[in-house]
Write a protein that binds this ligand. Structure first.
Ligand code: SF4
Length: 557
């Protein structure tokens, strides 16, 4: 099909959408992707802001899906996933000659587990948690069980969401109603499945170990939107990840299991060792650092002894759970099996993260930026993922499209191709259609001190932001590199600004964006998720203020 007939003036787009503006850059991206599909090769497409790259890739990919080829579209954030499904795909569906089907799929922990909800109900009713009542009400009404539908944050979501180790699968009495398995079934039947990078690469990591494994359906083609993130996401997915919260969560599940007798001293010893170990990392002065950085003198042997001890205690807990009497209580037996799987996996991952003999892997620690529960994450990751991607992804799919506004380096794709292990492919670089010199105003205050944790600095930032936002009549995104600074500035401005103020974390991101669109002059305070991929057309978003440039520290792992 000639894609120009869809995009050019007088084509399907302008027929159906009075506001549609034909952009030559958008057509070039779509044509490059079509060429890659025809030649069963890959495509790298850099498309500047305003090109309309989502529509540019969705049109040729949707047409291709109608030939019986399964397409995965992967975005970086859950928010962008929702935007593709709710905003971009309906446009593409309206301009194509034949309908195609779409399914949205998220990581498992986004879905409510009805079985866990049942099990945890007595515990939460005992506490009298009013949020839990709302969850129970919602569980009866929701069709998706997707946590994004909740208009609030439930701190104990981890206890009632779907979990690989605790899932009873076909043994579960809710299997036919299970939200997670319904999402997987819908994905297996759809022409296009919209996922996020994290889910995509976790699935790929499973397939690398077991070609018949994986949670996504088989696919022929994949598009990576915001593709500049895939190296990082793949690096994390192909390695081991172990946070302080993992053991805490296991222990709280064990303690809440009724009808078993587990040595409380063992549980306490596990808790203390886990806390002691991660406190060492949490108190280290850097935000990200190599494990080697923390080792000095006796510290190395202290840490390694603690890890050995922790693994031994976890194995002991596993055995103790196996010895429980579950006669006549099949549900308890199933729960204990789940807990034992968590024990075994935790012990194995913890040991692997510290002592695993992996060639060309690096061990490092990342402190969580919003550390309410997870304060530190220990990672053991491959130094390079290009070879793995080449072997397990690029050679196996017919076409992979990588697109982003920032993919090339000095006008070439050499660097990204080398990092990701991509060889021959179709390439296109399309500039933004906007004339930034004429259409934008850039303001860089010269009089501010260097960023610091000092409350006086938050005062200065708040004052500066207040003046800017008043000048723009609200209609602003105020973006921060840390929750701490976002909250500090929000506290200072919440009573001073005469606009609707929205803050990340108060509600699900999708809801915040919708409210931002609905309230003229609204201001949204956000961190990482709002830095990219959020589409607010028109004047509703006229000003973006950032507290500092979000560059990583050069010596970070
Ligand atoms: S099948 Fe698994 S995830 Fe679904 S409700 Fe049952 S236990 Fe939960």
């Amino acid at each position: 099909m000639d894609l120009r007939k869809i995009f050019e003036p007088g084509g399907r787009m302008s027929e159906l959408m009075p506001d549609y503006e034909c952009r030559p850059q958008q057509i070039e991206v779509a044509l490059a992707i079509q060429r890659a599909l025809e030649n069963k090769t890959h495509c790298l497409a850099e498309a500047g802001t305003g090109v309309g790259k989502s529509i540019a890739y969705l049109v040729p990919m949707a047409l291709h899906s109608l030939t019986g080829k399964k397409v995965i579209v992967s975005s970086f954030t859950l928010h962008l996933q929702a935007q593709i499904v709710n905003k971009d795909i309906p446009i593409v569906q309206s301009v194509l000659p034949r309908p195609f089907t779409v399914a949205l799929m998220k990581g498992r922990s986004n879905y409510l587990c009805l079985n866990s909800l049942d099990i945890e109900t007595p515990n939460f009713l005992l506490i009298g948690d009013p949020l839990f009542e709302r969850i129970r009400q919602w569980s009866r009404e929701t069709n998706t069980g997707d946590v994004a539908e909740l208009g609030f944050t439930f701190p104990n979501w981890g206890d009632i969401c779907s979990d690989q180790d605790m899932c009873r699968r076909l043994e579960c009495r809710y299997f036919n109603e299970c939200f997670y398995y319904k999402a997987r079934k819908a994905a297996s039947e759809a022409d296009i499945v919209v996922v996020n990078h994290s889910l995509f690469f976790s699935d790929l990591a499973i397939r690398m170990a077991d070609p018949n494994g994986g949670v996504l359906p088989g696919y022929h083609c994949v598009v990576f939107d915001e593709a500049h993130h895939i190296e990082d996401t793949a690096t994390k997915a192909f390695g081991i990840e172990f946070s302080n919260w993992r053991i805490h969560s296991l222990l709280s599940k064990v303690r809440r299991t009724r009808g078993i007798g587990v040595n409380p001293e063992r549980l306490q010893a596990i808790e203390d060792l886990n806390k002691g170990l991660f406190d060492i990392f949490a108190n280290y002065e850097k935000q990200e650092f190599f494990l080697e950085d923390v080792y000095s003198g006796r510290r190395r042997s202290d840490i390694e002894n603690a890890v050995h001890m922790l693994c031994t205690l976890l194995d002991g807990l596993n055995s103790e759970l196996a010895e429980q009497n579950t006669e006549g209580r099949p549900e308890l037996a199933e729960r204990l099996s789940g807990l034992r799987r968590i024990c075994a996996r935790s012990s194995e991952d913890l040991f692997g993260a510290f002592f695993g003999d992996y060639e060309d892997y690096v061990r490092w620690v990342e402190k969580a930026r919003n550390g309410k529960f997870v304060t530190c994450i220990l990672r053991c990751s491959p130094l390079e993922v290009g070879g793995l991607l080449s072997e397990h992804l690029w050679r196996r799919v017919e076409t992979a499209v990588l697109t982003s506004a920032t993919l090339a380096t000095s006008g070439q794709f050499r660097y990204v191709k080398a990092r990701l292990g991509i060889s021959d492919c179709v390439e296109t670089i399309q500039d933004s259609p906007f004339d930034f010199q004429k259409q934008c105003l850039l303001y860089v205050p010269q009089h501010l001190d260097y960023p610091s944790d000092n409350p006086a600095y938050a005062d200065v930032v708040a004052n500066e932001m207040e003046q800017i936002v008043r000048a723009s009549g609200g209609r602003a995104f105020l973006l921060f590199t840390s929750y701490r600074m976002m909250n500090a500035v929000y506290e200072r401005l919440s009573e001073r600004l005469p606009y609707v103020l929205l803050k990340q974390g108060d509600k699900p991101n999708e809801q915040l964006v919708q409210e931002f669109r609905d309230h003229k002059g609204a201001c949204l305070f956000g961190v990482h998720s709002f830095w990219e991929g959020v589409d607010i057309p028109g004047e509703a978003l006229s000003c973006v203020v950032i507290d500092k440039l979000p560059f990583s520290v050069p010596e970070n792992p």
